[in-house]
Structures are given as structure tokens and as C-alpha cells.
Design a protein. Structure first.
Length: 403
């Protein structure tokens, strides 16, 4: 059995290399031909390295038949096509977290996503269920920008300044289990891009301000939509030395309603107002919808913004003949274009650059984990220690109760 919860430093090392763009295509090739394979989990047996996509599909299908209802596969929208095709349930982080909390019937949950999602599933699932992540190198660069020690240090500074007592910590679900536990222990909650506004509304009913991490853009976009002035949303520079108040003044911090952590998504940083303007020039009448992890100026230039579930629903409900430009990960955009041939659906960014860490869940890893389970071996099990899971569960349960 392989049981893993990566320490933050280990997780950052495993996910950091080659993070910018690990492929310029979403077509699957044999594992050994993936140009970033050297940065991925290496202990997958060599027999899987050179299997062609059709061979992997056949082996995954056979292992699924052998496991029957003992294993459930969850797939995030950003997974590649020949992985998510096997998902029993697909969705965004919020939808999959709710699913894990409400389905105790399966023995195994195979989570085709990234590390923090599998941790959340382990926290919310029943005690007898085992959560498996096909590739342990599938982390999240945004999550790595909020190292627990940096957050603890920032909070200690806020206590010294005298603002911590009026501040409620809120963490985006894209964060380590230890940070969800920190938030839970301090009365806060987790949020996702689907429910960030509801969680912030709840938080402002508890305290004067929130500390929002790790994604500055989701926090800023949500606060702006709620009417929080931009000068009352300040950025905490976590890389600055202790005592520098994150690069802010005491007055700015005391006046603030939202303290934003200086983190971001490497995929959604790529979308710009210029891309929106270009889409409007080339496609008069285009509907532009982007993810709220994009910069504020990009969100303001778009027609709509929302979670991956919101984006998928927007495309599905648009009239036939619509032209829709999307600012989110390319695998989802490509899938929506195929599912809705009566509409023109395209990505705002002309450069093909999948989410580098989601992309690491190659079908070879899914075949390996499923065949191992069918043979009675559990590999890549995610186990969150109970002393962390207890408080993290409080933060996740608060989110579920709020929304």
C-alpha cells in the first residue's frame, strides 16, 4: 500500500518543475513520450510507459469491469478527454466535494484531479472509504503559493498588529489540508468558485474583514462584485520578511475589508482584456465568459464570469448558433465545443496550454491504479491525519452548510 500526504515543501518540489506549460497539445501520447514525464511520479511500473492510448483505454475499461461498484471515479472538468470519459461523476471542486460527502457506498474513490481535491475527498468521505490519486505529482501551483508556515506567520503578524481578532480566515478549496484545518480552528470556512460570494457574505456577518487565500483574483473579483471598494482590498505579500506587514501599512490593513493573499492560477493568468477585445473584433455578438480566477480587468471586460460548472451551463443553455469565447482551461473548452456542435465555442487564449498539474493524470496512471485495486493492492492512497482532518472537516462542513 502507498499512503501519502505530501508535506508542503515536498509537494512544491514535486509540482514546481515545468509548471508553466507541460504540453502544447491535449492529445494523449504514450507516457514515455510526454516531454514533462521526468517531473511526474516515477514509480509507475515500466510496463505502462509505452502503452498506446487505445491499449490504455482497453485496460482501464477491463479494470473498471473487474472492480464493478467497489470503485467510483471522480473527474474534474480540466481532465483530459480519455481520462474523464471514465468518470462516474464529473464537475468542479464544489460539486465533487459535495459528492464525496454524500456517497459512502463505494470502497474506493479514485480522484482524477489534483492533490488538494483528493485530500478534501478523504476528509469528507466515510471512514471505510479509501481515496486514491492516480499521480502523486498532480499538485497545484496556486495551492503551493500558500505554504502553511507562511500563513501562520502572516496570522501572527496580524495578531501583533491587533487586527486578527476582527479577521476571519477564508480559504479557497485550492489549498493544503493543513490550511483548511487552520481556517476551521479559527472559525472560518472553505469556499469554491461556485460559492465564494455566499461564503464571503457569511464571513462579513461574523467579522469586519476576511483574510482570503490563496487566490487573490477570486477574492478580489468576489469582493468587487459585492461592492467592496478596491482600496479596501489589500494584497499581502507572503514572500516579504516577517515584520513587513505583507508590504502594507498598518492604516491600510486596519481600513481593509479583505486581505488578499498574493497567489494566483498559472492558467487563468494567461487571459487578458486584449484577448477579449480581439474576440469581439473577430466575432461580433460573441458571448465572453471567464473563470473568476482571471484578473479583475479580464473579468470586467467579459460578459459573464463563474465556475467551471457555471461556464458549462452557460454554453449548454445558449441558443443554437451562439458564439462563445471562454477563458478557462483548454480541456474543458475543447469538450464543450465537441458537446455543442450547433454553437461556436473557442478559447480566448490561442496558445494551447493545459493545466500543467491536471495534465499529469495520464491514462497510464489511471490504468495502473485501477489494475492495482482490482488485484487487491492500494497505490497512491491519500490519507489526511485525523488531527488535521478534524478541524479541516469543520471548515468544509461550514461551507456545505452555508451553500
Amino acid at each position: 500500500m502507498t499512503t501519502n500526504v505530501l508535506a508542503p515543501a515536498t509537494q512544491a518540489a514535486a509540482t514546481g518543475a515545468g509548471i508553466a506549460c507541460e504540453s502544447d497539445s491535449i492529445a494523449t501520447v504514450p507516457l514515455a513520450e510526454e516531454r514533462a514525464f521526468a517531473y511526474w511520479q516515477q514509480d509507475i511500473p515500466a510496463e505502462y510507459w509505452r502503452l498506446a492510448p487505445d491499449e490504455l483505454t482497453a485496460r482501464i475499461r477491463a479494470a473498471r469491469r473487474a472492480l464493478r461498484t467497489r470503485a467510483i471515479i471522480l473527474g474534474h472538468h480540466y481532465q483530459r478527454e480519455d481520462v474523464i470519459a471514465f468518470a462516474d461523476e464529473k464537475g468542479d471542486s464544489f460539486k465533487l466535494a459535495r459528492w464525496a460527502a454524500g456517497h459512502p457506498e463505494s470502497e474506493y474513490i479514485v480522484f482524477c484531479g489534483v492533490h488538494f481535491m483528493a485530500e478534501a475527498a478523504d476528509i469528507l468521505s466515510a471512514p471505510h472509504q479509501k481515496v486514491v490519486l492516480p499521480n502523486m505529482a498532480a499538485g497545484c501551483s496556486m495551492s503551493d503559493m500558500a505554504d502553511p508556515d507562511d500563513v501562520y506567520s502572516a496570522w501572527a503578524e496580524m495578531e501583533e498588529i491587533g487586527i486578527a481578532q476582527d479577521t476571519l480566515p477564508i480559504t479557497y478549496i485550492n489549498s493544503a489540508a493543513a490550511l483548511k484545518a487552520f481556517v476551521g480552528a479559527h472559525g472560518g470556512a472553505v469556499c469554491t468558485s461556485s460559492n465564494a460570494r455566499k461564503v464571503l457574505e457569511w464571513a462579513f456577518g461574523q467579522k469586519k474583514r476576511v483574510l482570503f487565500f490563496p487566490d487573490q483574483h477570486l477574492g478580489r473579483n468576489t469582493g468587487y462584485a459585492m461592492g467592496v471598494p478596491l482600496d479596501q482590498m489589500v494584497l499581502w505579500g507572503w514572500a516579504r520578511p516577517y515584520g513587513s506587514m505583507g508590504g502594507q501599512t498598518r492604516e491600510a490593513l486596519e481600513r481593509s475589508r479583505v486581505i488578499l493573499w498574493a497567489g494566483h492560477c498559472s492558467v487563468h493568468q494567461r487571459f487578458t482584456p486584449e484577448q477579449v477585445a480581439d474576440a469581439r473584433r473577430k466575432h461580433p455578438g460573441v458571448i465572453v465568459v471567464v473563470h473568476p480566477e482571471c484578473r479583475l480587468e479580464t473579468v470586467r471586460a467579459a460578459d459573464l464570469n463563474g465556475s467551471t460548472e457555471f461556464i458549462a451551463r452557460t454554453v449548454a443553455e445558449a441558443p443554437g448558433g451562439s458564439t462563445i469565447a471562454i477563458g478557462t482551461e483548454i480541456n474543458l473548452v475543447s469538450r464543450l465545443a465537441k458537446e455543442h456542435p450547433d454553437k461556436t465555442v473557442f478559447c480566448l487564449d490561442p496558445v494551447v496550454c493545459p493545466c500543467s498539474t491536471m495534465y499529469r493524470v495520464h491514462p497510464a496512471y489511471l490504468a495502473w491504479t485501477l489494475e492495482s485495486l482490482a488485484a487487491g493492492r492500494v497505490v497512491n492512497q491519500i490519507v489526511v491525519p485525523e488531527e488535521i482532518a478534524r478541524d479541516a472537516r469543520l471548515a468544509l462542513d461550514r461551507m456545505l452548510a452555508i451553500t
